[in-house]
Design a protein around this ligand. Structure first.
Ligand code: NAP
Length: 250
């Protein structure tokens, strides 16, 4: 038996159209889950991904939903419950960066990153808690960052949002453990996405030197962690933060 199977599970991933989120959506579908995902702007990519999942043999739902919008989060979750009857796993992945040194950081740069990366986690967790409590089962997986654990110059907004996700997750785990609802965090290190593909060889070389394992990770490395935390193989793990970073923040 494959203990990482997600057969029969219904999963919601925020920010599923690109990068790590897309990798998570694809991996969950391949592991047998029905996958609903949200996006902000990429309508065409969302339609393609939905088709890809359906061709793979499981169900898919795509929602245009700004993760900052709490009312929309409630709508998305109730639509999934209406369509599929239950929801088993929430992956809070949607996130942005807007880097600069604090001397130059505007209030808007602070607010947009905190709201997109942290308030969104509150919005979707809150929307999922009621159905999870009712069914006495659920797994929340929040995508933070090693920057939230160790800090990074030029990213005070991003680091605060990602450290906030860790504190939020431990608190929620304590609130919900007795109902068999688990809340865990994945803290990715440097992961190759479309964005990092644009970096010069010289920049990549210096990044690789800062990683004990000598290279950046792939989206599949993060998706593998999600498969574990979404599956029953991790049934006794809650309030944990798993670094997937090649040893970078050790
Ligand atoms: P990405 O390639 O920029 O993709 C971000 C995804 O989030 C897209 O699907 C985007 O939708 C969606 N999104 C952005 N703002 C949104 C909003 N307001 N509402 C709903 N969806 C929104 O980012 P990524 O690199 O894969 O990062 C994914 C997560 O991993 C983030 O939380 C990030 O902080 C974290 N992380 C990434 C790395 C890394 O090296 N890449 C390292 C550590 C942590 P659209 O396509 O519609 O814009």
């Amino acid at each position: 038996m494959n203990i990482f199977t997600l057969k029969g599970k219904n999963i919601l991933v925020t920010g599923g159209t690109r990068g790590i989120g897309k990798g998570i959506v694809e991996a969950c579908a391949k592991a047998g889950a029905n996958v609903a995902f949200t996006y902000a702007r990429s309508a065409e990519a969302a339609e393609e991904l939905k088709k890809e999942i359906e061709q793979n043999g499981t169900k898919a739902l795509a929602f245009q939903a700004d993760a900052v919008d709490a009312a929309r989060a409630e709508e998305v979750v109730s639509e999934i419950l209406k369509e599929w009857g239950s929801l088993d796993v929430l992956v809070n992945n949607a996130g942005i960066t807007n880097d600069t040194l604090i001397m130059r950081m505007s209030e808007d740069q602070w607010d947009s990153v905190i709201n997109t990366n942290l308030k969104s986690v509150f919005n979707y967790s809150k929307a999922c808690v009621k159905p999870f409590m009712k069914q006495r089962n659920g797994s929340v997986i929040n995508i933070s960052s090693v920057v939230g654990l160790s800090g990074n110059a030029g990213q005070t907004n991003y680091a605060a949002s990602k450290a906030g996700v860790v504190g939020f997750s431990k608190s929620l785990a304590k609130e919900l453990s007795s109902r068999n609802i688990r809340v865990n965090v994945i803290a990715p290190g440097y992961i190759r996405t479309e964005m990092t593909d644009k970096l010069s060889e010289k920049v990549m070389e210096s990044i690789n030197k800062s990683i004990p394992m000598g290279k950046a990770g792939d989206v599949e490395d993060i998706a593998n962690g999600v498969l574990f935390l979404a599956s029953d193989a991790s049934r006794y793990i809650t309030g944990e933060t798993i670094r997937i970073d090649g040893g970078m923040a050790m």
